[in-house]
Design a binder for this molecule. Structure first.
Ligand SMILES: [Mn+2]
Length: 386
């Protein structure tokens, strides 16, 4: 038998580096991926979809977000099991008990509200460990598995949990950390045959029976393998065999870190060429982290690359700090300006300050020099990329 494992839809998530138009496209992609993974589940012969938590970004998502998502799920000819995670816990303010959710929730969608196994069909059960607050005081999945009886003979049971596992992230919040030793013991006791986890947005195998599916659309720059769902196949004739887990790419967006050292015109040109070669720019979000030293003219060329990227790419974040990227006023930056009199004297003063020991003054002077070059609008050739 097969089922589809996904998690961390984070519906309603906003990204502050997206303008309203791009944010709308980002939202739409993360709704559309529900249709994509649903069609995949059907074509792969899956009997259900299990979602390992963080369906919604927060418990306060709008009726519109809830209705649009439920409309997608309603169209699927499968049961969909949703687990409340740390972003959307089953607490007093829960989205799961809200009028807007209850009114929109279609009959094929089941919220895993307690630790009781739910039958998908005779011989196939799903059981979940929902979050009830943002700060649980114990290993919720461990508690659930400990209390469970082994699955009846011939019954496949899938346990659904959310949170960090000590085997993957030993430094995370220690009280609520999922202990892999407890999970292994429960698997050996036949209490479950596969553990579908959420929380980690990168697809990760913890053990052959314990996986993070990752988020179906990426959500941040630090994810190494997001954008997948898992099709899990369990041999009902021999439950001692490890499941076959196949990852399928469904995501269409990309978060692209651009961490580059720049020390001259050639580096700026290489950066321009690298960005030009990236596919699907309107679904790619860049994070510039630039280091190095450029002349004023090279910095001008870099600004042109940056402006073009900000127009072409879906999102653009610049986390380079001013100290990471220094501007070094070079002779040929100014020779072509042909300044005379007062302006020439001001230029000399600024260049002296820019090369001086006072760091704050040097930076201000560099900025002023850059502005001078730009405002003077001369065709400075040195280092220009195009
Ligand atoms: Mn999450």
């Amino acid at each position: 038998m097969r089922f589809l494992h996904t998690a961390d839809w984070q519906l309603g998530m906003g990204r502050r580096y997206l303008d309203p138009e791009r944010q709308g496209q980002f939202d739409a992609a993360r709704r559309d991926v529900l249709g994509t993974l649903g069609r995949l589940a059907v074509s792969e012969g899956c009997e259900a979809i299990v979602v390992g938590g963080d369906v919604f970004e927060t418990n306060t998502e709008s009726a519109r977000t809830v209705r649009q998502a439920m409309e997608k799920l309603k169209a699927l000819p499968l049961k969909v099991f949703l687990l409340p995670g740390n972003h959307d816990p089953l607490n007093a303010a829960s989205i799961w008990d809200s009028e807007r959710f209850l009114q929109a929730c279609p009959p094929n969608v089941v919220v895993l509200r307690d630790g009781h196994p739910v039958q998908v069909r005779p011989g196939f059960e799903v059981v979940g460990a929902p979050w009830r607050s943002k700060r649980p005081t114990s290993d919720l999945l461990g508690d659930l598995l400990e209390a469970l009886e082994p699955a009846p003979p011939g019954v496949v049971r899938v346990a659904v949990g959310h949170g960090a596992v000590d085997a993957v992230a030993p430094q995370a919040e220690p009280v609520s950390l999922i202990r892999i030793a407890g999970v292994r013991a429960a698997l050996e006791a036949g209490k479950a045959h596969y553990v579908a986890l959420g929380d980690r947005h990168s697809t990760t195998e913890v053990t052959p029976r314990v996986w993070y599916s990752g988020a179906p659309e990426p959500t941040d720059f630090d994810e190494v393998d997001a954008g997948n769902v898992l099709v899990v196949e369990i041999d009902e004739a021999d439950l001692t065999l490890a499941p076959k887990v196949a990852r399928h790419r469904v995501g269409t967006w990309r978060f692209e870190p651009v961490t580059v050292e720049l020390s001259g015109a050639a580096d700026v040109e290489a950066l321009r060429a690298r960005l030009a070669d990236l596919p699907d720019k309107d679904r790619t979000i860049l994070n510039f982290a630039l280091r190095g030293t450029l002349s004023v003219a090279e910095k001008d060329a870099l600004d042109a690359v940056r402006d073009e990227a900000a127009d072409l790419f879906a999102g653009f974040r610049d986390s380079s700090s001013r100290t990471d990227l220094a501007i070094r006023p070079a002779d040929d930056d100014f020779d072509a300006l042909g300044l005379t009199g007062f302006a020439a004297r001001a230029l000399d003063d600024l260049r002296e300050l820019a090369g001086g020991a006072d760091e704050a003054a040097a930076r201000q002077a560099s900025d002023a020099l850059g502005l001078l070059v730009r405002l003077s609008g001369t065709g400075i050739g040195a280092g220009r990329a195009s």
